[in-house]
Design a protein around this ligand. Structure first.
Ligand code: SF4
Length: 392
């Protein structure tokens, strides 16, 4: 795959507009503020930091409004960035140029790989298949423990990129025999236009679309996304608004709303909770989280407790003890969640899928590989219980 140095294009001022990207005239901006507390680490707009000219991989954003003095208000996520001409948004890949909002990462991923679908993690979606996985730079969060901070907390010109427009992504997915395209690694919401155009083409070719996200997105764009989405893994970073503020720079409620919308739209999704020592390792919080899931979504969405590894600004914290994860898994099952897994822990009983009725192993996993498969269609081979998920 040809590598392209973005700085070169910045300097040469390449200008190629993505004219097929209409702005969303009908989107209504509510104004208001997501609120902030003393420990809120949420990102800020980069004043006057936009490149002087837009480049080949720019396209006009969707879901924005133009207000007084050529300012723009982005409606993609609850950050609702207000940008003056020349400003760069919180997520770093969107700018105001001349009173219009542009994404700078269209067709220009900084990561493109073929991954096992189990890596997303998705355990109830076409197990054993591959997902062609792409990401651009940028994120609307500021997680202190980000595992991919080199790309999520970077501006587009700071990282090496590959040119891969939507038809190229779909061709690459077909060539690599991937049954899905996954929008992943950083935060797919911030490359919404690129994701949507790719997802529509993928769908036409019978390829599934997977959204791996922090779930921090507004309802209107999410509804549009749901029309092309086959599966998702959404991170529920904690069940505390306070921790969302001080660990992630976000808010809890919009994420909960995302789960409700996915549920209403019948999109298959799985939930990941990264257990960060000292922040997200509270048993009472796990109980509350399970209670909310059961009440609002039911017992059947898979829940993954994932092991924290020291990284980025929390590189002095220890790994999550496996005993904590094991305890949380048992607790969540006791509360009534049917499918509870452990992530980033190998050779653990929490890696496998068990029938919630008869308790027999349905899918045995070793790392990202499937050792044993006891599903018959979508049912347990032993007691014939239907197992929720997308299996073929
Ligand atoms: S998607 Fe980016 S530009 Fe839009 S509101 Fe969120 S952080 Fe701001």
């Amino acid at each position: 795959m040809k590598r392209i140095n973005r700085r070169h294009f910045l300097c040469s001022g390449a200008m190629f507009f993505c004219s097929a990207m209409p702005s969303y005239a009908s989107w209504s901006f509510n104004g208001g503020d997501a609120g902030s507390g003393p420990a809120d680490i949420r990102g800020k707009v980069f004043k006057g930091d936009a490149p002087k000219k837009i480049w080949k991989w720019s396209c006009e954003g969707r879901y924005y409004k133009r207000i007084l003095n050529d300012k723009t208000v982005c409606g993609l996520c609850p950050n609702k960035c207000v940008l003056s001409p020349g400003d760069r948004a919180v997520c770093r890949g969107r700018i105001n140029a001349g009173g219009k909002l542009y994404s700078l990462v269209y067709g220009n991923p900084c990561a493109a790989n073929v991954d096992p679908i189990e890596k997303k993690p998705l355990f109830h979606f076409k197990p054993g298949t591959s997902a062609f996985s792409i990401a651009t730079t940028g994120c609307n969060f500021r997680c202190l423990n980000c595992q991919n901070w080199e790309i999520s907390q970077a501006k587009p010109h700071e990282v090496r990129h590959t040119e891969l427009f939507p038809p190229d992504v779909v061709r690459a997915a077909v060539r690599s025999k991937s049954s899905s395209v996954a929008y992943t690694y950083s935060e797919a919401t911030v490359f919404f236009e690129y994701m949507m155009d790719t997802a529509r083409l993928a769908k036409e070719k019978g390829i599934s679309n997977l959204w791996i996200s922090n779930g921090y997105i507004n309802k209107e764009p999410l509804l549009e996304l749901c029309s092309v989405l086959d599966g998702a893994n959404v991170n529920l970073k904690s069940f505390s608004d306070d921790i969302y503020r001080k660990l992630n720079g976000g808010r809890l409620e919009p994420v909960l709303n995302t789960f409700k919308t996915l549920h209403e739209r019948n999109v298959h999704f799985e939930i990941t909770n990264l257990v960060v020592p000292g922040y997200v390792d509270d048993e009472e919080m796990v109980k509350k989280m399970c209670g909310w899931i059961l009440k609002n979504l039911g017992p059947d969405y898979p829940l993954h407790f994932s092991r924290f590894a020291p990284k980025y600004k929390l590189d002095r914290l220890p790994f999550t003890p496996v005993s904590t994860l094991t305890r949380f898994r048992k607790l969540a099952m006791k509360e009534g969640i049917h499918y509870v897994y452990l992530g980033n822990v190998s050779n653990h009983e929490g890696n496998h899928t068990y029938c919630h009725k008869c308790g027999k192993i349905l899918i045995e996993r070793k790392g990202y590989f499937i050792n044993r498969d006891n599903l018959e269609g979508d049912s347990c081979r032993f007691c014939k219980t239907v197992i929720p998920g997308v299996w073929s």
